[in-house]
Design a protein. Structure first.
Lengths: 136, 136, 136, 136
């Protein structure tokens, strides 16, 4: 069975057993997701960028991050469920579209930007804003 | 195969082919996730709460929401991947712990709150803040 | 004295006295702001939309919301300070530009949308996505 | 006149002239704020941490960041306005309370953490999570 479906079903059962479905309209679930994203951000905020990964894979941070990642995922799956969106095929198709939008030959080693410039890896162009368009 | 692993692997291949792994330290991926959460929020923000679901399941909103949900999921899976966290078992275990923390007999039809009060479904207690503790 | 400058100066003194300036690079302050936005969202998430305002203006929610609004503002002012951006004239100019972009004659009672449709207040157009472009 | 009041009044007039007050219940304004925070995050996300400040103070990034900071501030002021909260004295009082909570003698050069450990500046304690409690 798809593991995203398994999480969806477990969350659905959790809500149904508690009669909590009624509180979870889309905007409320969205705000709950924002709350969990905030808790995740708090775990990362003051970590020095270059040491962040090595600090995050050790306890006690590791367990807390796993917890918050889970909370974000659960609300994301819940929101998708309420809108009858099947997340797995949708996300895989999105990666496929991003791959077509950013051909390897054009963007290898260079983060594309929304302002048409380049931020990384290109001489003399570091001033531009770097926002890959929805790429993973 | 687990579909979360499938998304993880597709995102990993996408980054590797473009030599983009180097830009994606944890704090940068976290900010990218926040950016996508913001785009999702923009799709919901002005919808009247009581009509939100019915508007969101129809095009053109439906496709756009599916897109943004995918982007959030892809960055979430990417962040977990970088920290060697396996999201599916972690999220399922989290739902299990939430279920134990909020026994059906105690919370049926009532949203638990962090201030010890009750927001919904309980007479005379509507003043309290309602934040289920990490429940799905 | 400008009150935004007063908050900026108090936050600056707070950091200087504690030698905390060094931890607060822009991306870290941004994540701290996201953390506080998350805490604010948690206070609103399960409130029924139509009762949210009346619940939020009463204690104990009122004091907690004031606290979180303050935290968001403090980090926002801090981020602007680090980038030498003077928030008050910038924000007032932004409202002025939004006013020119959304002429009263065209948008009265109707939320403009990014998809060119209308969400509220217009017959037969409720299907569109409503995202006023940065309007206050 | 207080500049936060000036922004509040300009935003109020903007909404009143367009008859948009009716769309802006607290949860909707909160989601709009999240949308603007997301746009701000997108401007910072792929910047190398150690060059972020110097890239952000130059155009074209500088103007875009000023714009997004303004949008976040405008929605923050709007939300406070709707809840009759006067942001300036509230934020100044919050900094004062943070200062009492984090005495200079105890935290000089060390980021306090929620797990009781220390992240920066203390020998052998770098494993802890660093979340200053609401400090500016």
């Amino acid at each position: 069975m798809s593991d995203l479906h398994e999480i969806r079903d477990a969350a659905r059962a959790f809500r149904a057993e508690r009669d909590w479905e009624k509180f979870q309209d889309p905007k409320s679930v969205m705000l709950a997701l924002v709350g969990e994203v905030g808790e995740l951000a708090e775990l990362l905020q003051w970590l020095p960028a270059e040491k962040a990964r090595s600090l995050l894979v050790e306890e006690p941070l590791r367990g807390r991050v796993a917890d918050e990642l889970s909370d974000v995922l659960i609300y994301l799956v819940t929101l998708a469920d309420k809108l009858d969106i099947d997340l797995a095929p949708t996300a895989l198709a999105k990666i496929q579209r991003s791959a077509e939008k950013h051909p390897v030959a054009k963007v290898h080693g260079v983060a594309p930007t929304r302002t048409g410039g380049r931020l990384h890896g290109a001489k003399g162009t570091a001033q531009a804003q770097a926002t890959p368009g929805g790429c993973p």
